[in-house]
Design a protein around this ligand. Structure first.
Ligand code: NCD
Length: 309
């Protein structure tokens, strides 16, 4: 499936998964496979600006680790309280300045569209590490890499998305990418948290094979992968709406007996009660593997965008 070709992403922004063609994605996954157990010091002259306007553990730290593994340097913040944004400095001014200090910007922001805005302002490449409930393209690359590695292929698989499909940006990005690879999708959501119509429209336009249900057990036997998500409490306008759906699904070892023996249970993490800890020691656990693969994939993204592969 994978073949080597010229780096198609040098100096390009990665804002939405839709910015990447199937060949671009294959190229990145191929580079990640090469870099998984190998740390060439290929960005020793590069500075990466890591701008996190919203909480993060895995995304920020795996980007940091990726930079350091490749010999580069990181500057940035993970708390705007310690920056001049706190004094009222504008987003535009912040980006205008940072583009002169670094070679690439990695940005996470609570507002949809802010990564694109940074890219419009900046002359250096911008990588979106999550913009509100919109997109999270680098997580998608991690997810694709993990599915391919664990299942040996993408084509022809059936992937079920369970949980907050309305606000979950990892779902919005991944569904589009899976469509490129001929994966069948089943959306399983509690009432009120279904996949928004704008994203379904995109899938329709691309002829992606998908179905929707609120009954997990009715589709359990059809799934190669069960991708579980957290209810995105921070995106609810109304606390009562959150309370209504909080804790409405939990995957545990007993429930897994209804699924195929080799179903891969994924989750971008953090998890709350949607996956019980008794799944951690089963052969189905895929979420810590995802978290681990994040470093290889982010090494590939940085090396590619910086033109070092
Ligand atoms: C996700 C995110 O931030 O969108 N986490 C991650 O990046 N691994 C999922 C979430 O917060 O629920």
């Amino acid at each position: 499936m994978f073949f080597t070709k010229k780096n198609p992403l040098k100096w390009r922004d990665i804002i939405s998964i839709n910015d990447l063609s199937k060949d671009d994605i294959i190229y990145l996954l191929q580079q990640a496979a090469k870099l998984e157990r190998y740390n060439p010091r290929i960005i020793t002259d590069k500075v990466i600006a890591s701008l996190f306007f919203e909480p993060s553990t895995r995304t920020r730290l795996s980007f940091d680790a990726a930079v350091k593994r490749l010999g580069g340097q990181v500057i940035g913040f993970d708390n705007i309280e310690t920056t001049s944004l706190k004094k009222g400095e504008s987003f535009k001014d912040t980006i205008k300045m940072i583009e002169q200090y670094a070679d690439v910007i990695v940005i996470r922001h609570p507002k949809e569209g802010s990564a694109q805005l940074a890219a419009d302002i900046s002359h250096i490449p911008v990588i979106n590490a999550g913009d509100g409930s919109n997109q999270h393209p680098t997580q998608t690359l991690v997810d694709l890499y993990t599915i391919k590695k664990e299942k040996g292929k993408l084509e022809g698989l059936t992937v079920g998305f369970l949980g907050d499909l309305k606000f979950g940006r990892t779902v919005h990005s991944l569904a589009n990418a899976l469509g490129l690879f001929g994966v069948n999708i089943v959306f399983i959501a509690p009432k009120g948290l279904e996949m928004p119509t704008e994203y379904l429209k995109e899938l329709n336009e691309k002829n992606v094979n998908y179905s929707q249900t609120s009954d997990l057990l009715s589709v359990a036997q059809s799934l190669d992968v069960l991708y579980v998500t957290r209810i995105q409490e921070e995106r609810f306008k109304n606390r009562k709406d959150y309370k209504r759906v909080a804790g409405s699904y939990t995957i545990n070892k007993d429930l897994l007996a209804n699924f195929r023996q080799d179903v891969l249970v994924m989750h971008p993490l953090p998890r709350l009660e949607e996956i019980n800890q008794d799944v951690d020691d089963t052969q189905n656990q895929g979420y810590f593997k995802q978290a681990g693969n994040a470093v290889a994939v982010r090494k590939a993204i940085l090396a590619t965008v910086l033109g070092r592969v």
